[in-house]
Design a protein around this ligand. Structure first.
Ligand SMILES: [Mn+2]
Length: 504
């Protein structure tokens, strides 16, 4: 019955993070729209391009989704260029990935011996070591490392293989479109470079101005980092240090690779003519708490690669730079790698490769901000669409992030990662009321956004002389509300004070 089918479909959705019930009913050989920009279709490529091994990694993925990834790889890669397909099963526990997948592999290999290789982990190693396992099994001169929930667009391989043939130190990402997790329709994404924020979550970026100025939509887009799937010269990948295998589960490895390749003499680019559709799952299958793994991996990147900017990562995660209480594992090998490759500084990388990244070097204190009158309450940005800061029970998540700068600004909430999204909120005295206003706007309008504050002291507006204080309020569920008033000597404490040597 249809209500039975709906229940099955819902269960499958909850398990996989996409509509696997629908996927099981779609053709494995379906075509997807050709979304390449103008100019890509009439490029001719040399006949002697290097061969590629395509690696698909997965854990508890729907069989039909894996098979569609494989079918589309075979259907849309010129057969003389596709040497082999490598499947890395990161210790999945769903049964259809055992016998049924093995049957498919055996049948394919009976016609083309050794064409599909199967690597199975006997314990879960996470996405990062899974990609490296796939690379280890690969034998073609070029390796493409992908998730197993993708569909290749026509002509995806040739432009990538040509760019790598020209220069083996280029690491290439295709341009991504989205396969909608509920309907499996293809959604076109705008052409983008790939970067990250200060927590080191990856994000799409508007391509650099120089690219727009060329006026050629098929030209490679220089990219600060990688979203996660990429194509690389097999031996160069080893020379440059593979991925950081000391990272666990998920996240950060793509950012680390991008930073490392640039700092150590290679480059990263996204090719508009190579397009791949990818399912952005509603949730990921690895673990309940991805965030703690992403954070740990991010701290490894900060400690090995970011020099004096490592504090930015700690600030973004709102944890102390010293004694954060997070075991990031052994990083001595990665530090030795950096030394051996004689890599450039992170400052060089920021200035030359990722100028869109916003620097916060003027931050002198950060964390949650508490008043000694009521220790369990924290300053909080309040409801999203409001500009009124509030007091709320301390939870230490993004809405309670506070940053105090040497320019005497108090930023509340998320730090904008790039210079393009100019939406940092500053605490401002607006007619005697505390308000949150975009810092750049408040500065341009010469509003009262400068505050005098030292640890354990008052927070006093430099111009109005009013202090940010707590006043008793019976309407408020916590018994207090924020006010700007004549200073009575209330004391404020912020979790982390940076002793910045430029400060003195
Ligand atoms: Mn994915």
């Amino acid at each position: 019955s249809s209500s039975y089918n709906r229940r099955v479909a819902l269960k499958m959705f909850q398990y996989y993070g996409y509509n696997a019930y629908l996927s099981d009913r779609l053709s494995l050989d379906r075509s997807i729209p050709d979304l390449r920009p103008e100019g890509c279709r009439n490029i001719t490529y040399p006949l002697n391009l290097p061969q590629v091994s395509i690696v698909f990694i997965f854990v508890n993925e729907a069989l039909s989704v894996i098979l569609r990834s494989i079918h589309s790889a075979i259907n849309r890669t010129p057969s003389q260029l596709l040497k082999e397909i490598i499947l890395v099963d990161d210790n999945s526990n769903n049964n259809e990935l055992k016998e049924k997948l093995q049957d498919f592999v055996s049948e394919t290999n009976s016609q083309r011996p050794g064409f599909i290789k199967m690597v199975r982990h006997t314990k879960q190693e996470g996405l990062i070591r899974s990609r490296v396992s796939g690379w280890r099994a690969a034998t073609a001169p070029v390796v493409a490392l992908f998730d197993a929930h993708v569909e290749f667009s026509v002509g995806w391989a040739e432009p990538i293989l040509q760019r790598i043939k020209e220069d083996r130190t280029r690491i290439i990402s295709p341009s991504f479109d989205n396969i909608k997790y509920d309907t499996f329709e293809i959604e076109e994404y705008p052409l983008s470079a790939q970067g990250f924020d200060w927590e080191l979550w990856c994000r799409y970026l508007n391509p650099p101005k120089s690219w727009w100025h060329q006026g050629n939509r098929s030209a490679p887009i220089q990219s600060p980092a990688l979203i996660g799937c990429f194509v690389v010269d097999r031996l160069y990948f080893e020379e440059i240090g593979l991925l950081d295998e000391g990272m666990e589960v998920y996240g950060g490895e793509n950012v680390e690779l991008g930073i490392r390749v640039w700092q150590c003499g290679g480059s990263v680019e996204v090719l508009p003519c190579a397009r791949i559709a990818h399912i952005e799952r509603a949730h990921k299958p690895y673990t309940e708490d991805l965030t703690s793994h992403v954070r740990r991996n991010a701290l490894r990147v900060a400690e090995v690669w970011m020099d004096e900017f490592k504090s930015h990562v700690y600030m973004a995660w709102n944890i102390p730079v010293e004694d954060a209480g997070i075991d990031i594992g052994d990083i001595s090998e990665r530090k030795a790698l950096r030394k051996r490759l004689q890599c450039k500084t992170f400052r060089w990388y920021l200035v030359n490769i990722y100028p869109e990244m916003r620097m916060y070097s003027d931050t002198i204190a950060y964390g949650v901000l508490k008043n000694s009158l009521k220790n369990e309450l924290c300053l909080d940005q309040g409801p999203d669409n409001d500009n009124v800061p509030i007091l709320y029970l301390c939870h230490g998540m993004t809405p309670q992030n506070v940053y105090y700068t040497s320019t005497q600004h108090l930023h509340i909430g998320l730090l904008s990662p790039t210079v393009d999204d100019d939406d940092n909120k500053c605490l401002v005295d607006v007619n005697g009321r505390p308000r949150l206003i975009e810092c750049s706007y408040a500065a341009a309008k010469r509003m009262k956004l400068h505050w005098l504050f030292t640890q354990g002291g008052s927070i006093q507006n430099k111009k109005s002389k009013r202090c940010l204080e707590l006043v008793v309020s019976s309407d408020n569920e916590f018994g207090y509300q924020l006010a700007l008033q004549k200073c009575t000597g209330q004391k404020w404490f912020i979790s982390n004070v940076l002793f910045n040597k430029h400060q003195r």
